[in-house]
Design a protein around this ligand. Structure first.
Ligand code: SAH
Ligand code: SF4
Length: 353
């Protein structure tokens, strides 16, 4: 059978895997065994699945694959604490993923799409256009790559953030299935609270997240407290203006009880004034919220420059005085173009070079 027709086991839910093995005449518990090999032992070779009968191993080898994506480039920053990997998909597209090591956690920043259809003006991914959604297996493979890496050091992936390339809420099904697969107790068993989905504000996605009833973390890329400015920065704000966005956020908080993070990338002279800080405080008043201020990373061709440190601290002061928890995010990986919104531009450079 040609490779292209093989079933990628990383695309399947536990239920689907169970159906597959049962359709092959195997007992149900074989699915759990296979699952454990893939997501707990972290093997990608069915030949190693020692507790399976030889016939089943053979069939897995012939008809399925555990599709890890080949690494085509890696780079490090922050003294090796940040590492970016570029993977190649089977159709020759590049996907970037970043591992950030902290004292008590290892966070993987995953991509959900190749490019992004939203087209935010300040974002390298958005400026590069949209190619396609990633599959569940392609999203999962990004995490498993680093899980295997850390396993060799006796360490683990502890957190996952959907802050790489793409808008996760526009690829909800694949993103959600990868969350469920990585959360499954019989495998990687990553706690549901350790996932964070970052969205530009796709209202139906936030509502769906609220309805799922699992306390996956939510980060909203706010970047401006008023619709006029936000329309300019984030075209999709015309479709989902702030009033609707905030209603969806309130629903999420009500259903999950979790605090929402608002990302605010500050561009010099654009969205960083005292008035905008006050308006942001009013918008978020009384909400279970946390603001993350980030100086906007310069992206080639974009008209934005990062706000000064002084401006960022002043903005923070206004929010804090208004009772809104606010941190200034230390950007990781700026020198390897691994920081937010920079992923796609470097890839394009590499491909052209
Ligand atoms: N599409 C999702 C998640 C991917 S982008 C979203 O927009 O939320 C991850 C984060 O990087 C978002 O908060 C996004 O606004 C931010 N970002 C994009 N370009 C940036 C830039 N040039 N500087 C700083 N942050 C940027
Ligand atoms: Fe897409 Fe997010 Fe970039 Fe906007 S900021 S273009 S939504 S990846």
């Amino acid at each position: 059978m040609a490779d292209t027709q093989k079933i990628n086991l990383l695309d399947l839910s536990m239920d689907q895997l169970t159906h597959l093995v049962m359709a092959w005449g195997e007992p149900r518990f074989r699915a759990a065994q296979i699952w454990r090999w893939i997501y707990h032992t972290l093997t990608d070779d069915p030949g190693e699945m020692g507790n399976l009968p030889a016939g089943l191993r053979q069939r897995l080898l012939e008809e399925t694959e555990i599709l890890h994506l080949p690494v085509v480039a890696t780079s490090e920053a922050d003294d090796g604490l940040t590492e970016k990997v570029a993977f190649q998909t089977q159709d020759g597209q590049l996907v970037e993923t970043v591992l950030m090591r902290y004292t008590n956690r290892n966070t993987v920043c995953v991509s959900s799409q190749i490019g992004c259809p939203v087209g935010c003006t300040f974002c390298a991914t958005g400026r590069g256009g949209f190619v396609r959604d990633l599959t569940t297996g392609e999203i999962t493979a990004q995490v498993l790559h680093f899980a295997q890496r850390l396993q060799r050091e006796n360490a683990h992936v502890t957190n996952i953030v959907f802050m790489g390339m793409g808008e996760p809420m526009l690829n909800f099904d694949a993103v959600w299935q990868s969350v469920l697969n990585l959360n499954d107790r019989q495998g990687l068993a990553l706690g549901i609270r350790r996932f964070t989905i970052s969205t530009v504000g796709i209202v139906p996605g936030i509502e769906r997240l609220a309805r799922e009833g699992l306390a996956v973390g939510l980060a909203v890329s706010l970047h401006s407290p008023d619709d006029r400015m936000r329309n300019q920065l984030i075209p999709v704000n015309r479709r989902y203006p702030l009033a609707r966005l905030m209603d969806a956020v309130r629903l999420y908080i009500e259903r999950t009880g979790r605090r929402v993070t608002f990302e605010y990338a500050m561009a010099d002279g654009v969205n960083d004034s005292d008035e905008q800080a006050q308006a942001t405080a009013r918008l978020l008043h009384g909400l279970l919220a946390h603001v993350n201020l980030i100086p906007m990373n310069y992206v080639e061709g974009a008209a934005f420059q990062p706000s000064s440190r002084e401006r960022v601290l002043r903005f923070q002061e206004i929010l804090v005085q208004a009772g809104i928890q606010t941190t200034v995010r230390v950007t990781r990986g700026a020198d390897i173009q691994a920081a937010c919104g920079q992923l796609r531009s470097l890839l394009a450079d590499e491909q052209e070079g």
